[in-house]
Design a protein around this ligand. Structure first.
Ligand SMILES: O=C(O)CCC(=O)C(=O)O
Ligand SMILES: [Fe+2]
Length: 321
């Protein structure tokens, strides 16, 4: 683990949402700098309702506390974990051999019944055992969808695109809200090398992580060190995913990150977290942005790929399909 003082910067989103032109330009520059350097940034004053976030943690804790048999009733066999429950010990990071020490739930976009994307975005499941689960997580999904849109506006400006460049490319994106439970570790658990979440890059455009405060998240810096990301209450961690990395010809890096098994007293306590994965529309063609190609950085991805094909390829690699 790193002993250096490297730290992911934290930025105040009010400078972008409500600031003057010069505030906004300064925010965009700081955001670009942080994402180019770390692939990660902390966001303060993002406007998410604290009460809603608190309620989301309550309902997800209630769900994961249910008996395994009940939870398995919300598992969709062959569904790639796209909706509902995925059991402990299933997801395995790309190129890893041992499964992660976690279980999770996926909430997806609720589409109109006659939507042409219904086949790609199956209907959500909702556990009847937990009161408020549906309402609370649906509201949080909508709030994070909006926050993701604002972050993408700032990212577009940084890349030299029109501010609303991403808007019609994410309006029916296959975004996923993922409540995660990493159970308390007991005995020799982890002695075989299993960790809460093995090193991986996220598959999507950007991720918004509404952290619960327990330690463990680390990112792999460009200097080759693992840097802990402190989950300060109220800060949303935003990181670049593989699709944005590819779109930007690696100008914005999708940084490897992991969740380590922490020392006591956290080891014998569960950890919960709530990432929101912002995905482009399934038919969006990921084709290198000309703004990100130069003599020094020739196009690394001459073959365009649709977001949906890219996602499917990665889901197979992480053993969800
Ligand atoms: O639990 C965390 O803090 C991070 C989770 C994560 O990286 C993921 O689910 O992709
Ligand atoms: Fe991740």
């Amino acid at each position: 683990m790193s002993s250096s003082a490297a730290r992911v910067p934290q930025l105040d989103l009010r400078r972008f949402d409500q600031g003057s032109d010069s505030d906004r330009a300064a925010f965009v520059a700081d955001l670009g700098q942080a994402l180019r350097t770390y692939g990660f940034v902390g966001i303060r004053e993002h406007g998410l309702d604290e009460v809603l976030v608190g309620r989301a943690y309550e309902v997800l804790k209630q769900f994961f506390a249910l008996p395994t048999k009940t939870k398995m009733g919300y598992h969709v066999p062959g569904g790639g974990g796209a909706r509902g429950y995925t059991a402990f010990g299933v997801e395995t990071a790309k190129d890893a051999e041992i499964a992660d020490l976690k279980e999770f739930w996926h909430v997806g976009r609720t589409l109109p019944a006659d939507s042409e994307w219904a086949g790609m975005m199956p209907a959500n499941l909702w556990p009847s055992e937990v009161e408020g689960f549906r309402e609370v997580l649906s509201s949080l999904y909508a709030a994070l969808d909006s926050l993701g849109g604002r972050m993408l506006r700032a990212i577009a400006l940084h890349l030299g695109l029109d501010e609303d460049w991403f808007a019609d490319k994410v309006d029916h994106g296959n975004c996923v809200l993922r409540p995660i439970h990493y159970p308390a570790l007991d005995g020799a658990q982890g002695a075989d090398g299993a960790v809460r979440s093995a090193a991986h890059g996220d598959i999507n455009l950007i991720t918004l992580l509404v952290g619960s405060g327990e330690p463990g998240l680390e990112i792999f810096s460009r200097k080759g060190e693992w840097i802990p990301v402190s989950t300060i209450e109220g800060v949303v961690v935003c990181n670049v995913g593989d699709i944005l990395e590819r779109l930007t010809n690696n100008v914005l890096p999708s940084t490897l990150h992991r969740v380590v098994n922490p020392p006591e007293p956290w080891r014998s306590q569960p950890r919960y977290s709530l990432p929101f994965f912002v995905h482009p529309n399934p038919e969006f063609v990921v084709e290198t942005l000309p703004e990100c190609v130069s003599d020094d950085n020739p196009n690394r991805y001459p073959e365009p790929i649709t977001a949906d094909a890219f996602l499917l390829q990665r889901l197979r690699e992480i053993k969800l399909f």
